[in-house]
Design a protein around this ligand. Sequence first.
Ligand code: EPZ
Length: 430
Amino acid sequence: MPVKTEEVIKVIGGNPISGTVQIGGAKNSVLKLMAASLMAPGVFHIDNVPRISDVEIMSEVIDTLGAKTSIQGHSMTIDTTGVDKYETPYKLVAKMRASISVLGPLIAKFGKAKVAMPGGCRIGSRKLDMHIAALEALGVEFESEHGYINANVPGKLHGADVTLDFPSVGATENLMMAAVKAEGTTTIENAAREPEICDLANFLNEMGANIKGMGSPVITVEGVNELHSTDHTVVGDRIEAGTFLVAGALCGGPLTAKGVDPNNLSRAIAVLKHMGAEIDVTEDSVTVSRHGDIIPCDIQTLPHPGFPTDLQAQFMVMAIIAKGRSVITENVFENRFMFASEVTRMGADVRVDGHHAIIEGVDQLSGAPVQSSDLRGGAALVLAGLIADGETVVSQIEHIDRGYEDYVGKLRKLGANVVRETIETSDDDI
Ligand code: EPZ
């Protein structure tokens, strides 16, 4: 039988978790900043860049278009003087859906783009209808063939008043970036309000754009003719921070997440308090501890400033050992409960009914071999392992590496009994 190897994360539950963890730059901002850099020729310096595989893929994407990226530590240099292509290859887009973030920048720079259509993924179909409708309002014409989206601006890219059906993060970003170079004014109603949108808008303004209202439901963009390179520091990753705060709330703490603006986590902090955690904040850190039982809580995921869908699986771990019943409703993605089905292997009592997960708290989880199926679900399986009796082995951890830099190393520094190992797997280990 051929013997294969794979990397896994092994956790032995039961250790107290406390201390300070340095939070990195936001994955869901830096990928867009890298895409936006295509819009202006020059040399960009971006600091607080997380060393994660999605950043490596986005570097490949923009280098394919003619940019030259390099990274030292957490500082990235992007030289865009040689950007001369407007076509992204399928093989890269298939690896990472966020590659679609180059659509707006390429339209702004070249008046055209040929971007491979990203497939769906496990959390949902991840459609692009809102991106396309919004950009068509600016005068972009689209046709799709052979799995590619061909965008073209036959006339002038012009401003427009656009109302999004849903505050889509990606659609808001692509529209905002294209509007920067459109003639006239663009208003985006029902815009996404995530902190990463604000970080991108600030970056674009530092490049010479004229964007107002970011963080509110109405963003206004005055088109400009010229853009230039800039230096920027990526906003702290509120989702990485929230993941570690849950680790502290699960295992007692006190745990301090440093390098994040507490205002970007206000809903998650409110829910942590509701579930029995104690919270202290400074302007760039959040400290969590817990002494009593975990109190059940009903959670609705919503666009920012509502509860973030990217923390849904992590908070489900808290509900799994709460004293009573919690109901978590996923309103943003159509299929984001894969974690729920996997964690039942560890003894969790979770019943999924459409967009609702009904969780009956249990006293104890037991360690088991589990598979991560997506980035946040994978991180949550490790959190479940921290409180389980015995050993949990998490496989398919490449999902976790997409968005967490040194997740195991950071947890170990906080006292967790967790290691990353290469194990032999034969074809029987299905
Ligand atoms: C971004 O995805 C994030 N990814 C996601 O984080 C995050 O969960 C999501 O925003 C919501 O906050 C990045 O920034 C790289 P959307 P995005 O457009 O832009 C539907 C993580 O774990 N929709 O706001 O794709 C869509 O299918 C990832 O870090 C349409 O129907 O999110 C989804 O159900 C996961 N048509 C909902 O809207 C469209 O044209 C929200 O999608 C666009 C979106």
